[in-house]
Design a protein around this ligand. Sequence first.
Ligand code: SF4
Length: 240
Amino acid sequence: MSAEFDSKLAATRATLERIAAEFAPAVFASSLAAEDMVLTDLILRAKLPIRVFTLETGRLHQETLGMVDRIREVYGYEVALYKPDTAAVDAYVKNHGLNAFYDSVEMRKECCRMRKVEPLNRALAGNKAWITGQRRAQSTTRSELAMQEDDPAHGMQKFNPLADWSEDDVWHYLRSNNVPYNPLHDKGYPSIGCEPCTRAIQPGEDVRAGRWWWESPDSKECGLHVVDGKLVRIKAAQEA
Ligand code: SF4
């Protein structure tokens, strides 16, 4: 591939090393999707002291859960699983129904809050920095994504080391390094979330078109990258 890719990869490695050295303890929030397997591979092969965890929402595809086993087989590493509070899930299902997230944006956000945001807060507690696999090219809500940003909601730094990577960069890294990846990517799923909220897309559609497809594009975030519960521009968050 190009010298440009080599330079992006070197910069990403340097960022991860800097996080490990200057922001310990730091954690990586992996969704187990393609981008996150790039970071998992870089972190685990370099044996960086960055803990990898995932949010086991209780609604993931079997293929996604299978990645936890693949990571154990290939790297000998146990990804930490953070699950929602059982009582909160029981109350949501009892009061609104198992799939109430289809009924309104509010019900969808409440489900994401219970199954993702609250467990994420638990996973991040006590750390100085967290890492995500987000890229600018993924959606309209990520077009201004910074490589490093203040995360006042969690009181720490947030790093997006792949912010300037393209889809081709990700797949070039995965294929040339023999990195395991979620088999759903070969079945039309460029972006993978919970099973009932993710569907395959057609060639040419936006990569995030299969996520919460019944909502408008500018409301498609799960609440993990927001400040005070509101979707904010990255720039605005930095200025705040
Ligand atoms: S993605 Fe869907 S199932 Fe998963 S937490 Fe959000 S609303 Fe609930």
